[in-house]
Ligand binder design. Structure first.
Ligand code: 13P
Length: 254
């Protein structure tokens, strides 16, 4: 947590979820009651095939909806891609960009990621920009260098706390059940905060920094109470309403 920063928990369903998972989404929408929504922003990012039905199901509830990626252009000859404008047209409010799975599977560079973040702003979506070192980079003691480069190159000039969220996801912690210790999370989030403050001044001091990588109900309270951890980006544990809501519920008590 950071004083005066309103936290956010986002669930990234990745390439999971056919229509039969919409009952989980409906349960999430039911679970985000007024008390919870007063304490934390709760966002679910289903696959784009379910985006519009997700915003329809969560209409007039506290649950918010985001997409998992977008193209940098508004429209055109880009078979299979979706634009930030299309996501906005589905009534979603957020879009994840630069997830390590996109960086690896689709060869997305920092430059691509920055273009996608700008596309989000153009469409009035909040960009959730992911950064994080690989296991090899971590073992080589290069985590800070990697994060510093990613912040410099993937987060465009002019980013503010209103249009941008940073998600720190150490690649070695994604889907592995491994997490950094709370002390390590504290140190790395403090480093990210410093870099953001240097680049964006007061906006960097107020920008939300999420932690992602094997967040579960069992470790959420410990991770989310760390200084400069302003929420979580949750993968596997966001597919079940019960688990996802249990993670969000940490903010009823923090
Ligand atoms: P897991 O929570 O499954 O480790 O995934 C984290 C993630 O990549 C969220 O974007």
């Amino acid at each position: 947590m950071t004083p005066d920063i309103f936290p956010l928990v986002a669930g990234n369903w990745k390439m999971n979820g056919e229509r039969d998972k919409l009952d989980q989404l409906a349960l999430m929408a039911q679970g985000v009651d007024e008390e919870l929504a007063d304490n934390v922003d709760v966002v679910v990012c289903p696959p784009s095939t379910l985006l519009y039905v997700a915003t329809t199901l969560s209409e007039d509830t506290g649950l918010q909806v985001g997409a998992q990626d977008c193209h940098n252009e508004a429209s055109g000859a880009h078979t299979g891609d979706i634009s930030a404008e299309m996501i906005k047209d589905c009534l979603a409010d957020y879009c994840i960009v630069g997830h390590s799975e996109r960086r690896v599977d689709h060869g997305e560079s920092d430059f691509h990621v920055a273009g996608k973040a700008q596309a989000c702003w153009r469409a009035e979506l909040t960009a959730i920009i992911c950064i994080g070192e690989t296991e090899a980079e971590y073992d080589a003691g290069k985590a800070e260098d990697v994060l510093s480069r990613q912040i410099a190159m993937s987060v465009p000039e002019g980013a503010t706390e209103d249009d941008t969220i940073i998600a720190y996801e150490p690649v070695w912690a994604i889907g592995t059940g491994k997490t950094p210790s709370p002390d390590d999370v504290k140190a790395i989030h403090a480093f990210i905060r410093e870099e953001l403050a240097q680049k964006f001044g007061g906006h960097g001091e107020r920008m939300r920094i999420l932690y992602g990588g094997s967040v579960k109900p069992a470790n959420a309270a410990e991770l989310l109470s760390v200084e400069n951890v302003d929420g979580a980006l949750v993968g596997g544990a966001s597919l079940k309403a019960e688990d996802f809501l249990a993670i969000c519920d940490v903010y009823r008590k923090l």
